[in-house]
Design a protein around this ligand. Sequence first.
Ligand code: FES
Length: 117
Amino acid sequence: MTFEKVCSLKDVQEPGSLRVELDDVDIAVVRFEGNVYAIEDLCSHAEVPLSEGDVEEFRGAPTIECWLHGSCFDLRTGEPTNLPATDPVSVYPVRVEGEDVFVDVAIDDSLPAAASN
Ligand code: FES
């Protein structure tokens, strides 16, 4: 694993998201209810940046909502929780050290990935 610093905690609203780029990968760094997530910043339905959507609980899951058609994606797994999107997006491991947020994009991790702050 190769974690690289992508931002500071204070750069991301709680709840909210921030678009960052790491190794040519666009990532939404998301804060929600004390956790920090990193999710691919591209809706799997029609290539809209997810970082422009709302961060909220939906059907019991922490999600980010695509603003164009309303699909929400589980921040832990990248799976869509509702139509029209049917394909998952990538999620990445996150580490928080002090105020610094680190993400590893070397591994396309389909397992739950989050860090507490
Ligand atoms: S573009 Fe995201 S749900 Fe359609």
